[in-house]
Design a protein around this ligand. Structure first.
Ligand SMILES: [Zn+2]
Length: 462
């Protein structure tokens, strides 16, 4: 029996077990987990002393993404290469409606990814705008198209994305009936818009004022309301990018009551604090929700460890420094931080190496649960025989200081400049092709594939 690739002697983390063993890859899939000494293989990677996980599944990227007058700087090809360097082999990006159609939006986004030369495998979440020509009647067709995960923005009025409570209830019902799940961007627009107007009138328009307009209760109110509306609608709910301790507690309470409520957080909320808004570089760090305090950070780590928070998404959006700094007011600047490359290394370092997360939990929140929510878990996110041979091989002894010049995201800065991390991906393998080979990028022969998600994946989240 000849293999295309054998990964030999690594510490292999797969669901329920971590052990030193070999991995045999054939035809892009994991075909054997176990002793493969003496077998014939086209390529062998010596993984002694290294730790092997399923390749990262980033559930939240915004590649080449519009925000008011700006569009983020990267494309699906450059973002793919950055993702590979950071050990991520699949992403779930977002489709905005096209011509007031959610379904047309999904098709347009698939074409954009393919046209850009996407290299990671990708799935799509469908953004349900508030102004669809057929309302939410398209939802079953979108699920049929392979997109069972949806998003409603509870803010972003100026971007034309704000979904009010009545529409949210209708969206929750329609999506639940089709076996999908609605995710929400949870911020209360009445609260932050009122404060913003006051601050603008007083000439207070710096990054710290943007942060002040979106304090903890802005998020907590919207999470609280979304949970009640989802319960009333009999619908599952995902809270995207939770940033506050109040948000963690609301999700924990809902889950204890047995509600199908899930939560995501992001590396910037886990690693940074809102002190970033006070310095001269504050403008760069604008994102929504904004980064909060050390207390919030601790609550988020606890929520990840105890199962309250199921997934970690980059919320990657690669604006350049110039794009961030162009508007006169921080309230008009594009929101979003680059992070598809640093998500997995930061979670390994600040989670596993720092003793906050077990290797098993790290793998669940960074790959397995994101794949389950998107309904792509038959192929992705789980290191098991029969799954796609997507692997990240981490050198736990590696030490690195993150700096923008050593990253591959198509932008000129990183929020983690100077952050020291323990462990870094040494090899990344996508469907059996070694795309990061001892730290160097190697162009894969095959392009990235669209991953059609199955409904009800969220039922299987751990
Ligand atoms: Zn986002």
């Amino acid at each position: 029996m000849r293999f295309d690739l054998v990964v030999r002697g690594g510490r292999v983390v797969s669901p329920g077990t971590a052990r030193v063993t070999d991995i045999g890859v054939r035809d892009g899939q994991i075909s054997v987990l176990g002793d493969l000494s003496g077998v014939d293989s086209a390529r062998t990677i010596d993984a002694a002393g290294l730790t092997v996980f399923s390749g990262g599944v980033d559930p939240h990227t915004h590649i080449r993404w519009p925000f008011l007058d700006a569009t983020s700087h990267d494309d699906f090809r450059t973002a793919s290469i950055a993702a590979f360097h950071g050990g991520t082999t699949s992403v779930v990006d977002w489709a905005l409606p096209a011509d007031r159609s959610a379904l047309a939006g999904v098709r347009r986004r698939q074409n954009e990814a393919t046209g850009d030369g996407v290299l990671v495998d990708f799935a799509l979440h469908c953004v349900l705008g508030p102004d669809l020509a057929r309302g939410y009647d398209e939802v079953p067709d979108v699920v049929e198209q392979g997109c069972p995960t949806f998003k409603c923005y509870l803010t972003y009025r100026r971007r034309g994305l704000l979904t009010d409570d009545a529409k949210l209830v209708r969206a929750l019902r329609a999506v639940a009936a089709a076996g999908g799940i609605v995710g929400v961007h949870a911020e209360n627009p009445a609260l932050h818009e009122t404060t913003e107007a006051e601050l603008r009138a007083a000439g207070k328009q710096d990054a710290m004022h943007f942060r002040a307009a979106k304090d903890n209760l802005v998020e907590a109110e919207a999470i609280h309301r979304a949970i009640f509306l989802a319960e009333q609608a009999g619908a599952p709910l995902m809270i995207q990018h939770v940033s506050t301790r109040e948000g963690v507690e609301l999700v924990r309470t809902a889950r204890r009551r047995g509600l199908p409520v899930f939560a995501e957080t992001c590396p910037h909320y886990l690693v940074l604090t809102d002190e970033v808004y006070e310095g001269p570089l504050g403008r760069r760090y604008l994102c929504s929700p904004p980064i909060k305090s050390t207390e919030d950070q601790e609550a988020l780590w606890a929520g990840l460890a105890d199962g309250t928070i199921s997934i970690v998404g980059a919320d990657h959006c690669a604006f350049t420094v110039a794009q961030k700094e162009a508007p006169a007011s921080a309230f008009d600047a594009p929101n979003g931080l680059p992070g598809v490359e640093t998500r997995l290394p930061l979670l390994y370092s600040h989670g596993v190496a720092a003793g906050r997360l077990s290797e098993a939990r790290f793998s669940e929140v960074i790959a397995e649960n994101p794949a389950r929510v998107a309904g792509i878990h038959s192929r992705k996110g789980i290191l098991a025989v029969g799954a796609d041979a997507d692997l990240v091989i981490i050198d736990p002894a590696a030490r690195r200081t993150i700096t923008a010049t050593r990253l591959h995201q198509d932008t000129d800065w990183t929020p983690y400049e100077g952050v020291e991390v323990r462990g870094w991906p040494k090899y990344t393998i996508r469907r059996g092709e070694v795309v990061i080979d001892d730290g160097r990028y190697v162009e894969p022969a095959d392009t990235g594939q669209f991953l059609a998600g199955m409904p009800h994946g969220f039922d299987t989240v751990r």
